[in-house]
Ligand binder design. Structure first.
Ligand code: SF4
Length: 61
């Protein structure tokens, strides 16, 4: 499982707070997901961030 942040991101920072191992904020003020598969131990928190994004900007790819 891996994630992608699309152009809908409004930069609220929630995902980076919920799962900082996978999501971080760029200098442009939007989120990005780490490249590569999410390690098994981080799947729950990464999924929570995906589900709780207020604008649905996090896609599973
Ligand atoms: S939770 Fe959604 S809107 Fe907020 S920073 Fe993350 S991707 Fe962007």
């Amino acid at each position: 499982m891996r994630y992608f942040v699309n152009d809908s991101c409004i930069g609220c920072g929630m995902c980076a707070g919920t799962c900082p191992e996978i999501f971080s904020m760029t200098d442009e003020g939007v989120a990005k997901a780490k490249d590569g598969d999410v390690p098994a131990e981080l799947e729950d928190s990464a999924l929570r961030a995906c589900e709780e994004c207020p604008v649905g900007a996090i896609e599973e790819v």
